[in-house]
Design a binder for this molecule. Structure first.
Ligand SMILES: [Zn+2]
Ligand SMILES: [Zn+2]
Ligand SMILES: [Zn+2]
Length: 478
């Protein structure tokens, strides 16, 4: 085999991509979830192949692979697209030069190929090229590294999330057996240090939040849900009369994350793409489609930042618990409105919002959102929202928020923590309502239980959350 085989073969693949490697791939990747999905599919195929290959590895070489992986660090990879392309080509030729020198250089060659694979936009294609051009021994090692890498990204999630400074971690809790006798495990939030009653355990801002629809355009911030009292400044959106902000920062953040796309604008003789969604939200008071529109806009925004964060908001949403939802005329309408609102700004979103994906995203939102009470006045005249959300407060809610760590709090009718909105906006502060030891599971109430009988609580918890509460209160009245 000539030294140039792989480079030649991949140049073919790369050349196709080079037409748009910088332009097409870069812009597509940021703006087109469908394209991202294709990449994901490619990756999946590569992963599958990697898994079958990995099976052929012996215990001994597994250890080698771990050592090889340990020798590759994130700093080894360039960040800009042009540099990545050059890097990829350089690794490919280096790998090739190494393996033709003989088996004693196979592991070094494998590391080069693995590095090339890490930066290559269509890994599956490159795997196919490898399969045809490099010695099987080298190929197996490359696949082994890829497979281990994927596995550790999966496992690593709950080691980097929640961040250490929050003083909590996600832990698996046994939850009895299901109807088929299978062990059920759920994830809960556990304290990593002790807290005394009244202490704040952590504070957290939401992934996304939304005002109760009747408060839009009034003295409530469209971004952080803060109530603005008389002396405080109110900064309106320059293009619409729906969004008002409590600060320039809120206006800027909202604009960048979602409002530029979702602003209804005051258009004469026409309507903005998001207008119909806004009307639907106002009419039905169902905040979920609007939240999802914001969520998707923000997801694309996050991606464009290239912040280097390993997991994005979709990685968070993807892991949340939900109760399956069915497709009805409402959902069909919501999908249509969402596509209309986002379609002209986010190319490819039409294909991304499939019925199946919409239903799961909606279900995850419904299961995990909290009612936010950021208002000052207890007499705020707001009717309860029709859609479900976690809330134990008697004070009226001003909106809802989807949180990362807070989503993992388990329900109890006699919880050991409570959520307060002490900064008067959508920031959650989790406060200990009794002394908590390190290792204790943290719970909150999902529902108002003050006036409910055990029977009513059970019904509500089961309908909304498929929960069978086994707190002392529920057990006692059994
Ligand atoms: Zn604000
Ligand atoms: Zn606006
Ligand atoms: Zn209970």
């Amino acid at each position: 085999m000539k030294t140039t085989t792989i480079v030649a073969a991949t140049v073919g693949v790369l050349a196709v991509a080079t037409v748009g490697y910088a332009v097409y791939f870069d812009s597509k990747r940021q703006s087109d979830p469908e394209f991202k999905r294709k990449l994901k599919r490619d990756r999946k195929r590569a992963e599958k192949l990697a898994k079958t290959e990995a099976k052929r590895l012996t215990e001994e070489s597994t250890q080698d692979i771990e050592d090889f992986l340990a020798s590759v660090t994130e700093e080894d990879f360039p960040t800009s697209m042009e540099e990545r392309e050059q890097f990829c080509m350089a690794q490919l030729s280096a790998g090739e030069e190494l393996f033709v020198k003989g088996p004693e250089n196979y592991s070094k060659a494998a590391i080069c190929f693995y590095k090339a694979l890490k930066v290559y936009p269509a890994p599956a294609e490159l795997v196919m090229v490898f399969q045809k051009t490099i010695p099987p021994e080298v190929f197996t090692v490359v696949m082994g590294m890829l497979s281990k890498d994927v596995q550790s990204k999966e496992e690593k999630y709950y080691t980097v999330f929640p961040p250490k400074e929050m003083n909590v971690k996600v832990e698996e809790k046994p939850e009895g057996l299901d109807v088929n006798g299978q062990r059920v495990v759920r994830r809960g939030l556990v304290a990593t240090k002790g807290f005394t009653k009244g202490e704040v355990i952590y504070t957290e801002t939401p992934v996304i939040s939304s005002l109760e629809p009747s408060l839009e355009g009034k003295n409530f911030c469209h971004y952080c849900l803060k109530e603005m009292i008389k002396k405080e400044v109110m900064i309106p959106c320059t293009s619409c009369s729906v969004a008002v902000f409590c600060s320039e920062e809120c206006r800027t953040s909202a604009g960048q994350e979602f409002h530029e796309i979702l602003c209804t604008k005051n258009l004469k003789g026409g309507s903005a793409p998001a207008q119909a969604l806004r009307e639907y939200t106002k009419e039905t008071r169902n905040v979920v489609p609007g939240m999802l529109a914001k969520f998707l806009a923000k997801m694309v925004h996050d991606e464009s930042l290239k912040s280097g964060a390993e997991y994005n908001s979709f990685d968070h949403l993807e892991r949340l618990v939900y109760v399956e939802q069915t497709l009805g005329p409402d959902e069909e309408k919501e999908i249509e409105l969402l596509k209309l609102a986002l379609g002209s700004s986010i190319p490819g979103i039409d294909q991304f919002i499939t019925e199946e994906r919409y239903l799961i995203m909606k279900a995850r939102i419904l299961y995990n959102i909290y009612g936010v009470s950021s208002g000052l006045s207890a007499s705020l005249n707001v009717k309860p929202l029709p859609e479900s959300h976690r809330s134990v407060r008697d004070r009226p809610i001003t909106g809802v928020g989807l949180y990362r760590a807070t989503s993992y709090l388990m329900h109890s009718c006699e919880p050991n923590t409570k959520i307060v909105y002490s900064s008067r906006d959508h920031t959650v502060s989790l406060v200990a309502t009794e002394n908590i030891r390190s290792g204790d599971e943290l719970q909150v109430g999902y529902i108002k239980n003050g006036k409910l009988s055990t029977e009513q609580r059970r019904l509500e918890l089961f309908t909304k959350y498929r929960l069978q509460c086994s707190c002392p209160l529920c057990e006692m009245t059994d």
